[in-house]
Design a protein around this ligand. Structure first.
Ligand code: FAD
Ligand code: NA7
Length: 457
């Protein structure tokens, strides 16, 4: 039998997890399939590979990353730590719980930097189309090399989609918004909060983007920050200068009318209205179509495309857990492909999905969501040789994090958590987050004169 060929689309944290999963089996002596990973950016890291551009990139492709220069981890690093490559291993010393983007990119990269898996990635190569041939039971993947402009097609036995789902902005209509004379952007195009200094800022949405861009704007000296919610306010104890109002009714030039009858004037509007699951390289029968939630329908164990179980999705759910969840998913998908894990029949898969979907629909609030995602990961890890970790303790870390945010949304990033992988307590960063204006790796790892030794609180 000829060697199976696997296409991985995307080399963000999920695609890298898939590469790493196969590498780990190979190191243990397994024969692995031939793997090609296509990545449209010039380097890997997905969202963590910051692009100063917005709109289109140097090749005229839609810019992938929605991250901004000032982004620091919005959850504790102890909740995303890889079970088989720890922060201690990478940095050689304890660091704080909420590192900036560049530090996390370095950690993701560091796990695979010394391995040969990068050779399996074709960079600057966009997947344009995937066709499934029912008779041959193979996929034809058509890609464009963005440097040469050359288009080629290759056959694969299986396809792993790891293209993320926080790239294509959801851009709803708002009455009169075309009359607003200030700047209007979606969070996807936001690159830094400095330009919001002295501005009256309106953020539409009530989730992570609104919260974090809101506090970034406040930190950089915005004159005021108003966040407008559709369903429910985030409800933090906002500092002076920040407020939440219900959904807006309409714009009239600079003036915005809210549904509770209040009005405000603004200079800048940022739509923090979320993202669309969009897979422009897939025909409808292969494309996931879901709102952003933690158990999208149509995916057995959150990864196997029910309608065609030779196709897989990684990282397709909304995320509490991130890097270690992508690992758990990648290890399970790898084991299905290697024949180590048995794929149940279509009916059994449907029954399994029904059971988890029913449980998902009963969830009531964030704590339930986190526990559900923890159970989901445990179920995957139990089916593989990925190192099990204390998931209940990570759930507890998440709940502490929620609590810290409730107490003070401006200082939760100064708190420390203990790694469940190594037992190491995080250290306190030399500068409180609110006062730290340099987000670089160099500055983060430095010990500025006058700073303490960084030891924990
Ligand atoms: P992505 O990181 O999106 O990577 C997908 C990759 O696929 C990209 O490299 C892209 O270029 C490539 N690709 C897409 N289409 C194609 C194509 N057609 N052909 C070839 N390649 C393609 N998570 C945390 O844990 N902590 C945080 O603090 C945090 N902050 C975030 C802040 C923002 C603004 C956003 C948007 C997300 C944040 N996340 C955070 C979640 C983040 O999505 C995950 O951490 C992680 O990046 C998801 O990995 P992924 O590989 O699934 O997707
Ligand atoms: P999310 O978490 O998907 O949240 C989207 C928000 O946008 C949510 O509060 C929605 O309100 C709101 N929304 C969506 N459509 C509208 C309209 N039409 N009007 C008003 N509000 C609307 O996206 P984020 O960008 O915050 O976070 C995504 C990732 O980026 C996340 O992983 C972070 O780590 C960073 P709802 O509550 O549904 O009423």
């Amino acid at each position: 039998m000829s060697r199976q060929r696997i296409a991985i689309i995307g080399a963000g944290p999920s695609g890298i997890a898939a590469l790493r999963a196969f590498e780990s089996a190979q190191r243990a002596g397994a024969k692995i399939p031939e793997i090609v990973c296509y990545e449209k950016q010039d380097d890997w890291g997905g969202q963590w590979n910051f692009d100063w551009r917005s709109g289109t990139d140097r090749y005229g492709e839609p810019v992938h990353s929605s991250m901004y220069r000032n982004l620091w981890s919005n959850g504790p690093k102890e909740a995303l730590e890889f079970a088989e490559y720890t922060f201690d291993q990478h940095f050689g010393r304890p660091i704080s719980s909420y590192p900036p983007r560049e530090v996390l990119w370095d950690y993701i990269d560091g796990r695979v930097r010394k391995s040969k898996v990068k050779n399996k990635v074709q960079f600057s190569t966009a997947v344009r189309w995937v066709d499934y041939d029912r008779d041959q039971d193979t996929f034809t993947v058509t890609v464009e090399n963005l440097r040469s402009g050359k288009t080629t097609s290759s056959e694969f036995d299986r396809v792993i989609v790891a293209t993320g789902h926080f790239t294509f902005p959801n851009v709803p209509e708002f009455d009169g918004i075309e009359t607003f004379p200030g700047s209007v952007r979606h969070a996807h195009d936001f690159r830094g909060a400095e330009a919001l200094a002295d501005k009256r800022v309106l953020l539409i949405g009530a989730s992570y983007s609104a919260e974090d861009i809101g506090v970034q704007a406040h930190k950089m000296g915005a004159a005021s920050v108003t966040m407008s919610y559709r369903t429910a306010p985030m409800g933090y104890d906002w500092p002076e200068g920040m407020e939440e109002l219900p959904l807006l009714d309409r714009f009239e030039g600079h003036t915005v009318h809210f549904s509770n009858g209040e009005t405000r004037e603004f200079d800048a509007v940022i739509l923090c209205t979320g993202y669309l699951h969009k897979y422009p390289f897939l025909p409808a029968e292969l494309a996931l179509d879901s709102p952003n939630n933690i158990y999208p329908s149509g995916l057995y164990r959150g990864v196997v495309w029910q309608k065609n179980p030779r196709m897989y999705y990684l990282g397709a759910q909304d995320q509490w857990f991130t890097f270690n969840m992508f690992d758990a998913q990648a290890w399970y998908v790898r084991d299905l492909i290697l024949g180590r894990a048995k794929l149940p029949s279509s009916e059994q898969r449907a029954a399994h999905m029904r059971e988890w979907r029913n449980r998902f629909q009963e969830l009531d609030g964030d704590a339930d969501d986190v526990r559900f995602q923890g159970d989901y990961i445990r179920d995957l890890i139990e089916a593989t040789d990925y190192p099990m970790f204390d998931i209940d303790e990570v759930v507890r870390i998440f709940l502490d994090w929620k609590d810290d945010k409730k107490k003070n949304i401006l200082t939760y990033r100064d708190k420390n958590h203990r790694s469940v992988m190594t037992g190491t307590m995080a250290t306190t960063h030399h500068t409180p987050w609110l006062a730290e204006l340099d987000d670089s790796l160099e500055r983060y790892l430095s010990t500025p004169a006058g700073a303490g030794d960084g030891s924990g609180v």
